[in-house]
Every structure is written in C-alpha cells, then in structure tokens.
Design a protein around this ligand. Sequence first.
Ligand code: KG4
Ligand code: ZN
Length: 356
Amino acid sequence: MNEQKFPPARILGIESSCDETAASVVDDGRMVLSNVVASQEEIHAKYGGVFPEVASRQHIKTVYTVVEEALAQAHVGLDDIDAIAVTRGPGLAGSLVVGLNMAKGMALGSGKPIVGVNHLEGHLYSAWIDPADSIDEQEAPPEFPVLALIVSGGHTELILIRDHLQYERLGGTLDDAAGEAFDKVARLLDIGYPGGPAVQLTANGGDINAFRFPRAMMKGTWDFSFSGVKTSVLTKVRELRAELGESENDEDVDLPLKDLAASFQQAVVDVLVNKTRSAAQEFQAKEIVVAGGVSANELLREKITVGAPGRVHIPPLKYCTDNAAMIAAAGYYRFIHGHVSDLAMDAMPTWPLTEI
Ligand code: KG4
Ligand code: ZN
C-alpha cells in the first residue's frame, strides 16, 4: 500500500461546466455526505444537444437551491466547511461562470478558502470516492502508478498518474471524443438523447458481428480517432436505406437498429479496452481507473475488468456522469496540498489537465 495519511477536511463542491448544476459535501476526499445533481437533460433534448445560452441561464436559476440542498442533506452549514471547490474549466464559459460566481460569493461571505478545480481532474478523482458509501467498509483507494482513461462527451484521454496531482498525458482523441461518437451515432439512428444510454439500450440483444465497423488502433501512439467509425455507420445506414429502396430522409425505414448499435458499441469499446490495457502494461501501472460519462457503459465496464492484471476502478454510475462529489474529492487533494485559488480567478473554458 502506498496510500499516505492525509489531514481531514470537509469540502463543498460546486459543478456547472455543462448541463448539470451540482453541489456536494465530501469528507476527506472520499466520504460523500450529500450529492445533489439538477440535470437539464429534458430541456436540451429538443435541441438534440446542449444549447449553451439556455444552459447558463438554467444554472442561474438552479444553483442556489442545489447548493442549499447539498448542505441540508449533509446536515451541515457553511461554518462546518473547510473549503469550497468549484469547477473552473474546461467547459462552457457561460455555464462555468455561474458556478464560479456562486462559489466566490460564498467564499467572500464566509471567509472560507476557494479552490478552482479542473473538471477532468474531478472525473479522475471520482475513482477515489469510496464506492461503499460507508465509513465502516472503506475500500482501499487506487494505488499508484495508475493508468487512467477519461471518456466523456468532450474528452477521451489516457493519463498516467504517478502520484496525487501528477499527470502525464499519454494521448487523446484526434477528432471526436468517445461520448461524442455515441451521441452522433444515436442522432444518426434517431434513437434518442443523450446518445450513450440510447445506444446501450438499443444494442441490447443486437448482433455485435452483424456489421464490421473499423477499429482505429492508431498504432505507435496513445491517441484515438472515432470519426472513422462514426462515418462508417453513416455510410452503412445510407447503403441499407438504398437497398431498402427508401430515401435518406424517410423516417419509416426499417433499419436493423439493434445490430447497428451493437456493432458500433463493440467497435468503440474494443479500441478503448485494447489501448488502455496496452498502456497500463507499457507503463507498468499497478491499477486502472476509468472515469467520465462513457464509463457508465456496461459493455466497457465489463470488458475492461475481465482478466485485468490489477484492480480496475470504475466509479458507481452516479459518479461517472457529471456531479459535484468528484469536484469536492479533487478539491480536497488540491486543498491539502496547499492549492488555494484567488477570488479573481477566471473561468478556463479550455484547460488541459497537464497545465494545472
Ligand atoms: O462526463 P459527462 O457526463 O459530461 C462531459 O463532461 O462530457 O459525459 C457525457 C457523455 C455523453 O456523451 C453521453 O452520451 C455519454 O457520456 N454516456 C454514455 C453512457 N452514459 C453516458 N456513453 C456510453 N454508454 C453509456 N451508458
Ligand atoms: Zn464531465
């Protein structure tokens, strides 16, 4: 075991980088006392994606209530909090500003320190949250060196973590993020929003070998590319429509949706699992962490775990998609290492993990 003993601290986390307004109270980076998430999913569904201005205005309406609720559910007041952690980026500028200003107001009013957190670092630290949700049965945290795969709507990154707060980016997507590919294919198949869960549901019972979609392994690099597989699904759909004698815009065409979704999902998961396993081996990582919205995918969760040489940490579903418990967890490790932010800090809509 290489887990050091760290001082106790209670952190209030606030997250508003995309379309979830979230707040959470977490003790010592691992014990979640409350985790409140107000999703805007239904609002954005009619646009088929996140509408930035609508998102920021919705955050304005919800943020106060969400923070109050997180404190109430944790049975604590602001006086009981040691620091306020807030997502500073990457994300939508207008959305980030809302959470940041809420956190700044609270810090100013209470005199508590504020810690700006990178959203991707938050996703990584979701693997440090104790999945047992119980003080008596704490599971040991990931052991360094850790090989982490972040797969979300905006990012697909392979990161080597040698110790707390020390990241080495090995590679990432050159075009679409894995979640983006799921979202685009779902739109193409017209099976619902958000795309990831819709593809997973449709793929259930489908034939993974019905269509052979490309697996871009990007040999010799740790990068990914998912635009090829997405285009390949589009080409196949056009072909099938032509065979069925339907026009491209015909909504009633009887496409083999289950087989298309299953074959696509399998192709993406094959690449993610293969590259993550190889990187873990190459860099002699002790354990693997998979985080971000796409880590909610059942096939990925199963395939990456089966036969893995060390432990594979994949957060429970509620900590995979955007939440504030992960921001509080990352904020804790920043805070105890002396990283306190200035009240004048700006939002960072593009902010690589390695430039923190
Ligand atoms: O981390 P997240 O909540 O937000 C970002 O930071 O992007 O990730 C959202 C992404 C979306 O692209 C969504 O389609 C995908 O995660 N996702 C999934 C699943 N659940 C969510 N992708 C595949 N399978 C799922 N079950
Ligand atoms: Zn995210």
